[in-house]
Design a binder for this molecule. Sequence first.
Ligand SMILES: Cc1cc2nc3c(=O)[nH]c(=O)nc-3n(C[C@H](O)[C@H](O)[C@H](O)COP(=O)(O)OP(=O)(O)OC[C@H]3O[C@@H](n4cnc5c(N)ncnc54)[C@H](O)[C@@H]3O)c2cc1C
Ligand SMILES: NC(=O)c1ccc[n+]([C@@H]2O[C@H](COP(=O)([O-])OP(=O)(O)OC[C@H]3O[C@@H](n4cnc5c(N)ncnc54)[C@H](O)[C@@H]3O)[C@@H](O)[C@H]2O)c1
Length: 484
Amino acid sequence: MPDFDVVVIGAGAAGLSVASISAGLGLKVALVERGRMGGDCLNYGCVPSKALLAAAHAAAAAREAGRFGIRLPAPEIDWAGVRAHVQGSIARIAPNDSAARFRGMGVEVIEAAAHFVAPDAIEVAGRTLTFRRAVIAAGSSAIVPDLPGLDGVPWLTNETLFDLEEPPGHLIILGGGPIGLEMAQAHARLGCLVTVIEAGPRIAAKEDPELVEGLRAALVRDGVEFREGAKVARVEQLEPDSLAAQAGVVAVLEDGSRIAGTHLLLAVGRAPRLAGLDLVAGGIEAGPRGIVTGPDLRSVSNRRVWAVGDIADPKGLGPRAFTHLAGQHAGILVRSMFFRLPFTRLSYAALPRVTYGDPELAQVGLTEAEARAAGHEGLSILRWPVAENDRAVTEGRPEGLVKLVVGKRGRLLGAGVLAPHAGEMAGVFGLMIDRRLPLSALAGLVLPYPTLAETAKRAAGDYYAPKLLSPFTKRLVDLLKHLP
Ligand SMILES: Cc1cc2nc3c(=O)[nH]c(=O)nc-3n(C[C@H](O)[C@H](O)[C@H](O)COP(=O)(O)OP(=O)(O)OC[C@H]3O[C@@H](n4cnc5c(N)ncnc54)[C@H](O)[C@@H]3O)c2cc1C
Ligand SMILES: NC(=O)c1ccc[n+]([C@@H]2O[C@H](COP(=O)([O-])OP(=O)(O)OC[C@H]3O[C@@H](n4cnc5c(N)ncnc54)[C@H](O)[C@@H]3O)[C@@H](O)[C@H]2O)c1
């Protein structure tokens, strides 16, 4: 008899979801975590970053209050208070992910590093544990680029950024993806100088350029400086002098220009945490993007093993790094691992993503470029500017755009929104795409007035407007008016 029905490696969002479902189904479960329970999202990712952004938005709201006729003095940033909010947010959520809570569910929580010693066994804290099924949920960590000089200067990643006891004087951020952009706005609004260096031709390369334009403009207004299409040739230590109170770092670009700052944040992407797992001993195939699985998240080489969360590299889909993915993966796992349902297939067609700037940039399904690249024909692109929305006017926030990508027969393929709290609209779009609802469902929805979500309804309505106001419809109405 194996020691456990299910062994889960990693207690981040993905591992915790799997462990709680497995225990709920009455299975004997071990959950192994070598770091902090809750993983990246709680300790070094979503929670501290969103808490820092909330503090930053409060400062920005105080600065902007004058627009509403409310006069306030310029806000003073109490960094210790900001940190207390960030750490307090983590502390308030931590009990949900704690070892005590999971032990209460009947899970054996082992706080140590695990590695495979055989296709059906791991070793942890000197014990060899055999399993019927293993789930690898070891997540991903920040890529440290191979940059000349990097080993001679101090640098930060998401694992160290939130521990700073003083605010950075000038934060240089390498990478203009979601981490770089969110942290750029947070720090700029909290009074730091911020420069984002993006090696690619533009920031937020995965997002729709029409929406990115507004986000970039908002960050520039906050004082963020962007260097796009700029490659760092090397980094150098900046010694403290009479001008710079803090020592720091100089990024020397390939064109020879030098950007000096006090701190350097690496936000150039994520790499799966494969090291130390001894996947070869487990007979588990992996590549540079993660553990290779089928569309049911089952390892292609060891049928006892599944992979979930950031570390999974499902064939044909590739890895994704979102906390809400953990829940989706857990759902697939239940069908595939426990109920052995054939044809269990993961799909990212309705997977939402949000860059939590102010305004937020939300995308569900395909962008226009992705839909065209995928060969969808007869596309309709519908746009509705946020400036036309009454709620946006009353809130003094007229910037932004809703953009719908519609395929044949009015099927929604993708939706992008740049607006305050745009992420709150993602659910409706996800439901429409996932359940293949016609666009008329959105166009006919009765939404409360005044809400920003009305922009989505107005964009959808545009799809039907030409038909509704066609000469044929007008003739029909002209005939019908004669009826009693
Ligand atoms: C700054 C930042 C902000 C983010 N913001 C958002 C957001 O707003 N929304 C969103 O959806 N996503 C966000 N993400 C992404 C999100 O945090 C990740 O997608 C999510 O945490 C992945 O969960 P996971 O369980 O796969 O991995 P993790 O959370 O990384 O958990 C894996 C765990 O496995 C443990 N582990 C690794 N190897 C071993 C081993 N050998 N033995 C034992 N334990 C091991 C690790 O210690 C870790 O705790 C953000 C990420 C970052 C970095
Ligand atoms: N709001 C959210 O949901 C959220 C927030 C943060 C992170 N995340 C997840 O974490 C993942 C990782 O985020 P990320 O921003 O680190 O990665 P990313 O891969 O999304 O973006 C990294 C950026 O860095 C650039 N880059 C690469 N090498 C560079 C170099 N040497 N110099 C300068 N720029 C360089 C890339 O061109 C790219 O634009 C995201 O893809 C996302 O899935 C999600």
